[in-house]
Design a protein around this ligand. Structure first.
Ligand SMILES: [Zn+2]
Ligand SMILES: [Zn+2]
Length: 234
């Protein structure tokens, strides 16, 4: 069966964190680009560029207004950050309950060491985050200044992907950093992990530019049902 691309973008930033566009402008751009759905996913509370906690309510209000005007599905989300090696994230449960979608990412690791140590640190944090928290998508996987997956053992990556499958955590194809690699995505598909697509757009001009990801999805043999989109479509 030929893969029919359903365009969606589940990773965007607005002025509420380090993006340059309003919620309304990002949603308008997503609709203009022919997406079926877009998620607004500003950074969590603990990063210096993250959304301040008291801005969550106005952000949700803005998204609600944009949703009423939009002809596409609009999801309210955050990109939580893993803050320590135990997988703690910087968004509390009460805030999470107000969201439609929760992304989790790693933006900080311990002291810089050799790449394989860095990769093991990353894997430990990611594994603990999945074991401890319920969330939807693990984003820009294994990307930390450069792509770390090649520094891990194949069996470690397999264990990680099986863990994600068991917890129903989707893996993102991140367009900004062009990660992960196709071999890793094929492993995800074999183990039944759903895939997400995110531009990581910080401007309206970048929202929904998903062609690269659609090419990747086609090459790895993804089908429509392998995408996380279906879980969120009305
Ligand atoms: Zn990120
Ligand atoms: Zn991001």
């Amino acid at each position: 069966m030929i893969f029919m691309p359903a365009k969606f973008d589940f990773h965007t930033h607005t002025l509420y964190s380090d993006g340059a566009g309003t919620v309304a402008s990002m949603v308008e751009a997503a609709e203009a680009r022919g997406l079926k759905a877009v998620a607004l996913t500003d950074h969590g509370f603990e990063l210096s560029m993250g959304i301040p906690r008291e801005k969550l309510a106005p952000m949700l209000q803005d998204i609600g207004i944009a949703r009423e005007d939009a002809g596409i599905q609009v999801l309210a989300g955050l990109e939580a950050n893993v803050v320590d090696e135990w997988g703690t994230i910087d968004v509390d449960d009460e805030s999470i309950r107000k969201l439609d979608i929760l992304l989790v990412a790693i933006h900080k690791l311990g002291e810089a060491r050799d790449p394989s140590e860095l990769a093991r640190d990353y894997l430990r944090r990611a594994t603990n985050a999945i074991e401890r928290h319920k969330f939807d998508v693990f984003v820009h996987p294994f990307y930390f200044h450069h792509y770390l997956a090649p520094h891990l053992l194949p069996e470690d990556l397999e264990d990680f992907v099986r863990l994600a499958a068991g917890h129903e955590v989707a893996i993102e194809i991140n367009i900004k950093y062009r990660t992960p690699d196709e071999e890793f995505l094929r492993l995800c598909l074999r183990e039944g992990v759903k895939l997400s697509v995110g531009t990581d757009a910080h401007t309206a001009g970048e929202v929904g530019r998903v062609d690269w990801a659609l090419g990747v999805l086609r090459r790895v043999g993804a089908r429509r049902e392998d995408l996380i989109l279906g879980r969120f479509l009305r």
